[in-house]
Structures are given as C-alpha cells and as structure tokens.
Design a protein around this ligand. Structure first.
Ligand code: LLP
Length: 444
C-alpha cells in the first residue's frame, strides 16, 4: 500500500481487528494485551519476545467447544506447544493432536491425559511408536502401508490400540502450495482412487490388536471457506460406505483435520467455526442418510486458529536504512523466529508501539538481523516515516508456526514466550541462552 493510499483510508494504520480481543490503546502510542503494556514486557523480558494472551487462547478453545458440542476438538500441537498451553487446552476440555514423541511426552509430563491424544506422522520413528504405546495414546493415525505390520508388532499379540487411517479425499485447498494436503500428489495419506486406502484398511482389519475406529483427512492449512471441508466429508462418507460394503465394518469416527484460516492483516478472511460446524453437520447427516450409515462422531484439529491470533511478536528496531526508493527497518529478530514470510510469502502487519508518532506513513520493509537477503519479516508495510533505532515494533497473529518452526540460525537463540492474563505477565519459556546453545555442543 502506498503512502497516498494509506492516507486515503482513515484509521487503517490503527486497525486492531486482527489483534487479541483484550488489546487496548494506552497513552503515547502504547498497546496493552491481556491488561499488560507491551512496552513494559519488552523492558522486562527484552526483545525479541513472544507474548501469548491466555484469555484469547482459552476463548478460542471455548468458541470451538460451543460450535462443536458433539465433536472431539483436538488442538494441533504443532502450531505451538508449551506446558502452559497444554494446561489451558486441557482445562478447556480439548483433546490434543501430536506428531512426535517430543510433543507427546511434553504434554503427558504436563499432565495431559494420553487417551485424549491422537498421534500423526507420515514417517513415525520406532521411538515415537514406542512412546505412544507406553504412554497409552488414544489413537494412532496410520499414514502408510508399511506402518501397519510394524505397529501391530509393537503393540504385541495381547495388546490393543485404536487406529485411524489417513485418507486423501481429493480436495485441493490451502493458503499455499506447501500446505495443501488433500490430493494425492503430496506425501500424506492413502488414496481411495488407486485403492491404497482400501488395501490398507483390509490389512488393518486383519490385525486383531489394531482396532480401526475411523478415517482421518486433513486437506490443507489456512483455508478460509467451508466448502472444501463439506466436499471432503462427502467423499469420506462415500469411502465409509464402500468399506461397510466391502468389509462389513461400520466406522464410528471421522476426523477431518484442521487448517482453519485466520486473518494476518485487517480485512483478510478467516474461517468461522460456527459456519464450519453447521456446514459439516448438515453434510454429514445428509451423506450418511443417503448411504444408510449411522452418523460417525466428528473430530476436528484446529491449531493456528487457537493460538495464532493470541500471539504477538515484539522486536526492537536496530537499524533504519534508505536504499533507492526503499526504506529498510531492521529488527533484532527475523527468519530464525519467524520463517513464514520466507517459506510461504505470508504478509504481516507490524505496528510501532511505545511512542506516539505524528509523522506521515511510509512504505517500509521490515527485515531481520540474519545473514541473508531473504530475511524479510514484512515487505511493503506502512510505518511512521520517523521510525528509528530503539523503536519497538509489534507483530500480531504471531502465535502459530513461528516459534514452533524457529531455528538455531546464526546461533541467535530463540526468543522467550511470555503469557499475559488479567494484568499479569508470566514467563512461560525462557530466552535460549549461550549456555543452552553451548550445552548441546559437547566439543568432540
Ligand atoms: N491436523 C493435521 C494432520 C495437520 O497436519 C495440521 C497441520 C493440523 C491438523 C493443523 O492445521 P492448522 O489448523 O494449524 O492449519 N507451517 C505452516 C502450516 C503447516 C500445517 C501442517 N499441518 C504455516 O506456517 O502456515
């Protein structure tokens, strides 16, 4: 957006619509989230830092529980997991979707009941399977034929494990090519079109210690419309009917995964859980009636939509540079704490906080401090023309797939996570220190 365009839209730079609901304006250009000033958090915990609004996370869990009272709602831990998040999700009555022994064991050691968890993975290492069985995970989602015999052997002849099969429903949806998983030109799931889903199901049914409770699909991520989910349900029920006819088995559960889109910038579309619930329920009831099947219990796995909009990233401006027509604003974080712009071209809406500026807006590019030119956090965003070193920038909708995908690039160390709630800030995860980094490096 150009400066002229920005001036033509009064208030656009001051739009808080994608911020947590608890966000309030303070004097002198400040913002508070969860009743805590962001500038104070930056002072107390230093920058870069990630802030997570506990009330927003809990509120989003409740919105899903209210919209889907009869379904299993599982939080997808890959979006972001910490022990506090485990506790909040547990207290709000959600289940948990995990995809590694790490996520599984962190959640179990934080007190989450393993029977309310589902384990995913297109390539589950033996150690992950061992942990899942030892801890008693509720369901394991089988994603490849080679997994079946291995899992059955690990369960043992006297054992018992509930499993689901991940199916590719042939529906393409998702905010970026790298996060579309509903068609069979990508690595996840088994296709009913070439028969590999049916074949896997036959083999699972031949393993007495594996109890096939239902089917799973996940069509992609950052999806803002209900229609692709409805189409996926229609196809999945069709497959359930063919399984009933072919194998005389009626499956009781249908997990349609996550992928619910959120707005990263004002004006972008988000998926409404209530509209999704209505669409899924209507299709499920109609398709099951047409196929003569009992309605299976629905499960959904939102990740981003629970934590994404609850997070805010805080950065300090370190350098400001005018090159040709461009204004580069370099901050103390970057692609090591948020690889998403580099990976998926995602656009964010950073904002100056902590001081009032009467300056006009300018189009700026917010870059990180890492050693490559692709380290861009937000290209072509409006910022006050007098932005300068020492300023604080806050980036909303930073709660999902940023820290969970953070790296050790340049040995910068990953930022801390601070929760805010009812006027109190609490450290959830400390900043990775040189000692943390050095302790792994045993020298050889
Ligand atoms: N269930 C399964 C089986 C999944 O693979 C995923 C995400 C989810 C649920 C949760 O999806 P969500 O509701 O959070 O969209 N790193 C990418 C997103 C990758 C999503 C991977 N699977 C990003 O930053 O956009």
């Amino acid at each position: 957006m150009t400066t002229a365009e920005l001036r033509a839209v009064p208030g656009v730079a001051d739009d808080l619509s994608v911020w947590p609901a608890s966000t309030t304006r303070l004097a002198h250009g400040g913002l508070a989230v969860g009743g805590v000033s962001l500038a104070e958090i930056a002072e107390r915990f230093d920058t870069p830092a990630y802030v997570l609004d506990e009330g927003e996370v809990r509120g989003r869990c409740r919105r899903y529980r209210d919209a889907f009272p009869e379904a299993h709602v599982l939080y997808a831990a890959k979006a972001f997991l910490s022990r506090a998040v485990v506790r909040w999700v547990d207290e709000e009555g959600l289940g948990l979707d995990v995809c590694s022994a790490g996520e599984l064991e962190l959640a179990v050691t934080a007190g989450f009941p393993p029977e309310r968890m589902v384990l995913h993975g297109n390539a589950k290492p033996p150690h992950d399977i061992e942990a899942a069985l030892r801890l008693g995970v509720g369901r394991i989602v089988i994603d490849s034929p080679s997994e079946i015999a291995r899992l059955a052997a690990a369960v043992g002849p006297g054992g018992h494990q509930k499993v689901m099969v991940r199916v590719v429903p042939g529906v393409s949806a998702g905010g970026h090519e790298k996060i579309r998983t509903g068609t069979d030109d990508q690595k996840f799931g088994l296709s009913p079109v070439d028969g590999s889903a049916q074949e896997a199901i036959g083999r699972i049914l031949g393993q007495p210690q594996l109890e096939l409770v239902g089917l799973h699909c996940h069509i992609g991520s950052q999806i803002a419309e209900v229609e692709p989910y409805v189409a996926a349900v229609r196809r999945m029920v069709g497959l359930m009917a063919r399984i009933r006819d072919g194998h005389r088995v009626t499956l009781r559960e249908l997990d349609v995964g996550g992928g619910h889109g959120v707005a990263y910038r004002p004006g972008e579309a988000a998926l409404d859980p209530t509209a999704l619930a209505r669409g899924l329920r209507t299709e499920l009831v109609a398709a099951c009636a047409a196929a003569g099947l009992p309605v299976p219990r629905l499960a959904i796995e939102p990740g981003r939509a629970i934590v994404g909009p609850a997070g805010v990233a805080l950065y300090r401006v370190l350098a400001v540079k005018h090159t040709g027509a461009r204004l580069f604003v370099a901050v103390d974080g970057g692609m090591s704490d948020n690889p998403r712009p580099a990976l998926y071209g995602v656009r964010y809406a950073p904002r100056l906080i902590g001081r009032a500026s009467a300056a006009d807006s300018r189009t700026a590019t917010v870059v990180g401090r890492h050693c490559e030119a692709g380290d861009v956090l937000a290209a072509d965003v409006p910022l006050p023309a007098d932005v300068r070193p020492g300023d604080l920038l806050a980036v909303p909708v930073a709660g999902a797939y940023q820290l969970s995908m953070a790296s050790g690039y340049n040995l910068v160390g990953r930022p801390p996570v601070v929760s805010v709630h009812e006027g109190r800030a609490r450290l959830l995860v400390w900043r990775e220190t040189l000692d943390d980094l050095r302790s792994r490096d045993v020298g050889g």
